[in-house]
Design a protein around this ligand. Structure first.
Ligand SMILES: NC(=O)c1ccc[n+]([C@@H]2O[C@H](COP(=O)([O-])OP(=O)(O)OC[C@H]3O[C@@H](n4cnc5c(N)ncnc54)[C@H](O)[C@@H]3O)[C@@H](O)[C@H]2O)c1
Length: 342
């Protein structure tokens, strides 16, 4: 990762002549990342805003607190917010910036692997509402994204691996011969991380460039997310499961949606088997009862890709050939979970 990103950042801040610069952190990135960021960027006279970490705080109350803070610190239209944190923080910070005074500039500095390869890019900002994932939000592009794997040194192994669900997803979207996936799983997840961040963030950015507002082709990035998001929301709403991290839920979504792709589109089952085998080395299998499956299915109704009351999936014809807006019956949904559970 290049340190000249920081000189360019400093230059950008200077040339835009911002009236004030805010750095948004959570209690972990405050402790582990802020000093590194300030030392590297040499930004002076910034104001710090600290929020509580965790998906359970990705809500309107956190936004209200930040808006109040910006207001009391006299942030104006020529203020800048630098979001230093994981996907939860960049989603909230981007949303707050895009709505404060009808929109001020923001820069994302992701500090989790998931943020570096996915969440910090592409301009989807937002918060959860009534425990439903990302129900309120706007599309708004960050002015810049700084990628620096130095921040990952303090990330727990569990949070680190969480990023892999989205990396696997990107690998399936791009390559008809599965070279990406097959070579990816041979890499050392920790030592080859710079290569992985560059390659897989580029894949996301290329897809976003063609369809910024997800009117069509960008929907492919939702592979694994119809089931994954519903499962994640369900884990927060129900008492029968522990709360799942985003990556933990998406890996289940990916395995089950690839299995459904096999059933509906003849997607190769051996690739789904390999994904399941590799994933289960890193993510423990979640045990789900029939009543859980019903709860998850009911939540899929709220998926943002739906229209006219039916649940729309992104599935694969083959790797690198996604199909958007495919309908899936409840029977196949249940069968996919039976496959995941065995
Ligand atoms: N906007 C998008 O396009 C997009 C894409 C994918 C995911 N997301 C969202 O991203 C979120 C998940 O992001 P995440 O997995 O990064 O979670 P997160 O932001 O909650 O970070 C995980 C944990 O790691 C801590 N942390 C962050 N950086 C650290 C560091 N360097 N050292 C030590 N601790 C650190 C955080 O405080 C938090 O406790 C979900 O809400 C998901 O919906 C958004």
């Amino acid at each position: 990762m290049k340190d000249d990103q920081y000189s360019l950042l400093k230059e950008k801040i200077k040339s835009n002549d911002f009236n004030s610069v805010f750095v948004l952190v959570d209690e972990n990135t405050d402790k582990y990342c802020l000093e590194i960021f300030i030392n590297k960027s040499q930004i002076e006279n910034y104001k710090k805003i600290v929020i509580k970490s965790g998906e359970e705080n990705k809500n309107i109350d956190t936004c209200v607190n930040i808006w109040k803070e910006l207001n009391s610190q006299k942030a104006d239209r020529k203020s800048l917010i630098i979001n230093l944190g994981g996907g939860v923080l960049t989603d909230i910070g981007g949303f707050v910036a895009s709505t404060y005074l009808r929109g001020i500039e923001f820069i994302n500095v992701p500090t989790t692997l998931l943020g570096m390869v996915d969440a910090a890019h592409g301009g989807k900002t937002g918060i959860d509402f009534l425990s439903l994932k990302n129900q309120i939000g706007v599309f708004s592009m960050p002015m810049d994204v700084i990628l620096d794997s130095v921040y990952l040194k303090t990330l727990s192994k569990e949070e680190y691996l969480n990023g892999y669900a989205e990396i696997f997803k990107h690998s399936f979207l791009t390559d008809s011969r599965d070279l990406n996936f097959n070579s990816l799983i041979k890499l050392d997840f920790f030592n080859d991380v710079d290569f992985i961040i560059n390659k897989y963030s580029d894949i996301k950015n290329e897809i976003v460039k063609i369809d910024k507002y997800e009117s069509n082709s960008r929907k492919v990035l939702n592979l694994g997310h119809t089931i994954g998001h519903a499962l994640e929301s369900y884990s927060y709403l129900s008492n029968s499961l522990d709360e799942l991290k985003h990556g933990e839920a998406i890996i289940v979504g990916l395995i089950t949606e690839l299995y459904i792709s096999n059933k509906l589109n003849n997607y190769p089952l051996d690739t789904v088997d390999r994904l399941k085998e590799v994933s289960l080395k890193y993510f423990s299998r979640i045990s789900l009862k029939d009543s859980d499956l019903k709860g998850i299915y009911d939540l899929m109704i709220f998926d943002k890709k739906n229209d006219k009351g039916s649940v729309n999936f992104v599935l694969l014809d083959k790797s690198g050939k996604p199909i958007i807006d495919q309908k899936v019956d409840n029977d196949i949904f249940i069968e996919a979970f039976a496959y995941y559970s065995q």
